[in-house]
Design a binder for this molecule. Structure first.
Ligand SMILES: [Zn+2]
Length: 104
């Protein structure tokens, strides 16, 4: 069992219309294996105006995307990478980039 992508991670989209884009993980749904990523998989949502002076129109919000379509972004490799888990002496687990072996 590896440590999965979690909130706040920077990820790269591997497939679909947003392929190659990077973004920050805003929310993870572990049971559905999906995540919401900032600026990725945007869907148009019609906003209803409750007051006259409220902004009105169409707002783009990110929809959940399957986690298997995402790769963790390694700042050292400057690309999406596969990662493994390393257990430190104090038993804490860290994620290691399988490409450059650095902690991410
Ligand atoms: Zn790396």
């Amino acid at each position: 069992m590896s440590l999965r992508i979690k909130r706040g991670d920077k990820v790269v989209v591997l497939t679909g219309k947003d392929k190659g884009k990077t973004g920050k993980v805003l929310k993870v749904f572990p049971t559905e294996y999906r995540a919401i990523v900032e600026g990725i998989n945007l869907v148009k949502k019609h906003m209803r105006r409750r007051r006259e002076d409220e902004p009105y129109g169409i707002k783009e919000i990110p929809a959940p995307i399957n986690i298997s379509n995402l790769a963790l972004f390694c700042p050292y490799c400057n690309r999406g990478v596969r990662f493994g888990v390393k257990v430190l002496e104090d038993k804490t687990k860290v994620r290691i980039c399988k490409r450059c072996q650095k902690e991410i």
